[in-house]
Write a protein that binds this ligand. Structure first.
Ligand code: 13P
Length: 278
């Protein structure tokens, strides 16, 4: 069934488990995500991100994601991740996404507050939820150079949540998007302080390449949503290479890739402890 973030994250926050956001750019990734969630009876958040649109245009993939979400046996949030422009966020809402992230974290703090608040008003009119971000979650490829200065502060989290009315808040505590070159060091203490200062469910970006303990510790400290993409690409790439080496045909490779991505998603769902929570 198609639901919004409130319908999965409030329960996750109260019961101390995490719900994964798995971005998808094609039918293999979408099918893998739905099958994994149904097989483990787990809630799931499926989406795409503005930077991924060159690989799967919104109008092309939105109808299939939404149709699969509606007919799924488990709760599925269809989420537009890292929306960078109002135009694309509005397009996602009109296409039927039940949730959007507006990422103005690279803009000034006041711009981030006012633009996110405006999108919250609009999205709530659609019955959709909104995730915002403060602090800055960088790209691992740029050198894993997260510094304390980029981390979300407790004061900003309180102020941003109160002034925007966001339904979920992405925090920067030391993770980065992509493949880590050096092991990330997460600021769990800061996360705990933010958790006790705000009620809004907290989101961890850059969920690929983290250790089992990182997930255990961040979920115990208050993370309710974890975003994963790179690890799905790596699992799919490996399956395709093995399929080519084994001289599988196009259709066999397609399904091997789908199955490998499904397994990668199931590994994360078990780590996040969301299985059986649908
Ligand atoms: P990874 O690609 O590092 O898993 O990050 C995904 C993400 O945070 C999407 O918003």
């Amino acid at each position: 069934m198609l639901v919004n973030l409130n319908e999965v994250l409030k329960k996750a926050q109260a019961e101390h488990y995490g719900v994964g956001l798995f971005n998808t750019v094609d039918s293999e990734m979408l099918q893998a995500a739905i099958e994994a969630a149904e097989e483990l009876s787990s809630p799931i958040i499926i989406g795409t991100a503005e930077v991924l649109l060159p690989y799967g245009e919104l109008k092309l993939i939105a109808p299939s994601i939404i149709a699969m979400a509606k007919q799924a046996k488990v709760p599925v949030v269809v989420h537009y991740d890292h929306g960078l422009t109002f135009q694309r966020c509005l397009e996602a809402l009109h296409l039927g996404f039940s949730s959007i992230m507006y990422d103005a974290s690279a803009k000034t703090y006041e711009q981030n507050v006012s633009e996110t608040a405006e999108l919250v008003r609009i999205a709530h009119g659609f019955g959709a939820t909104v995730e915002g971000e403060i602090g800055h979650v960088g790209e691992a490829v740029n050198g894993d150079n997260a510094t304390d200065k980029m981390y979300t502060t407790v004061e900003a989290a309180k102020d941003f949540a109160a002034r925007t009315g966001v339904d979920a808040l992405a925090v920067a505590i030391g993770t980065a998007h992509g493949v880590y070159k050096i092991k990330p060091k997460l600021n769990i203490q800061r996360l705990k302080e933010i958790r006790s200062a705000v009620n809004v469910p907290l989101v961890l970006h850059g969920g690929s390449g983290l250790s089992d303990d990182d997930f255990k510790n961040t979920i115990a400290a208050g993370i309710a949503k974890i975003n994963v993409f790179t690890d799905l690409c790596l699992a799919g790439e490996k399956a395709m290479k093995e399929g080519i080496a084994a001289e599988e045909n196009y259709l066999q490779i397609r399904n091997s890739k789908k199955d490998a991505i499904k397994e990668a998603i199931k590994v994360k769902m078990r780590l996040f402890d969301s299985q059986g929570k649908a």
